[in-house]
Design a protein around this ligand. Sequence first.
Ligand code: PHE
Length: 456
Amino acid sequence: MSSEIRTSIHGQWSSRMMFVMAATGSAVGLGNIWKFPYITGENGGGAFVLVYLLCIAAIGVPIMMSEIMLGRRGRQSPINTMATLAAEAGRPKIWSMLGWFGVIAGFLILSYYSVIAGWALSYVFRTASGMFEGVTADGANSIFTALVSDPEKLLAWHTLFMIATTFVVARGVKHGLEKAVSYLMPMLFALLIVLVFYSMTTGHFMQGASFLFSPDFSKLTAQSVLTAMGHAFFTLSLGMGAIMVYGSYLPQDTSIAKASILIALADTVVALLAGLVIFPIVFANSLEPGAGPGLIFQTLPIAFGQMEAGVLIGTLFFILLVFAAWTSSISLIEPAVAWLVENHGMNRIYASVFVGMITWFVGLGSMLSFNVWSEHRLFGLNFFDLLDYLTANIMLPLGGLFIVIFAGWLMKTEASKNELNTTKSGYNVWLILSRYVAPVAVMVVFLSAIGVIKLS
Ligand code: PHE
């Protein structure tokens, strides 16, 4: 079968721009605004950011191109796409396991992602109520602590967010996903810029910027390099099939290279802007950069409490954050839903509800790990930390590694040339990055994190 006549039974993006929007919607989310600042704070700033940027460029972009390419060529859920492409390349069917691996990673990520999105949702109402007007650092901290130590409240928000996610996925690619993204992403971007201007007034802007951009390599450990790499996968939605399934809805004539670079760029800019907003506030209020997952919830309210029209800007900000999380969460379960529709003839609505319910259930564990279960630990990590570590630092890079090995080494070069359809030198750059740079980098970082090799 030639790739030209393959189309997805789930539909197609209505335009090339829509794909870029939707994939950017998947990439830009809590990872950029909630996770990037707090892990940067925990890992000492500049040097960590530099490693993260290198990982985006040298590992993230080639893997994103590979993932989109596999999706578009297979035109099905990642599980069936990998089975089809393995057959086409004369490779064993076991490659479809890669799709399964991604489906599981997606469940696990969404289960805790939804809990954090629930925090953001509750902050919409808190900010709107004027609760943060004139709030001090201590006040913001105790409001946050009160929320996360209340399982009943968390349950309500987590449930609400999962319902919202399931609803959009049930409506399907075009009707559900496209519309929301095209308005909300640019608004989020604009609001971040407004907040950067606020941060400039704190008197600590330069300190924040230098924390982000002046590398101090003595702060870098093998674990923080792994965290930076894992985050590059997480933030670009790579390694679990989300971008692959979006690629399967991509019109044939779109340039995969251009789209990937655009998506990675937009994603990176949003993360860096978030950092430029958060750290000046952290230093201006003598807060701890390594405060952990609550960082943005403990810092932003102070800013909203002080600035002109803070209630309005703050409320709008959290609304947009929830939307950013929403457009990411739908891509986390789309691979599973697409597979249920393809292989079990399940109708899309049932499939979404089914997947949504399982994810909701697993999420209860993360929710409780912030309160009732906070002392239940394995390797010193609670349930949320454990899921986060397992998915972002292990499963996504491993998934990405296999994706890039398949695309770079096992797929026929005519096939990849044909799909990528770029200039000769562009193709060669991709090939070198995918065959050598990305796989070797991922393996070296893994091996050094488990102590097999020492980098410094
Ligand atoms: N990229 C999303 C974010 O940064 C999270 C995500 C990870 C989405 C993996 C899909 C797949 O918030």
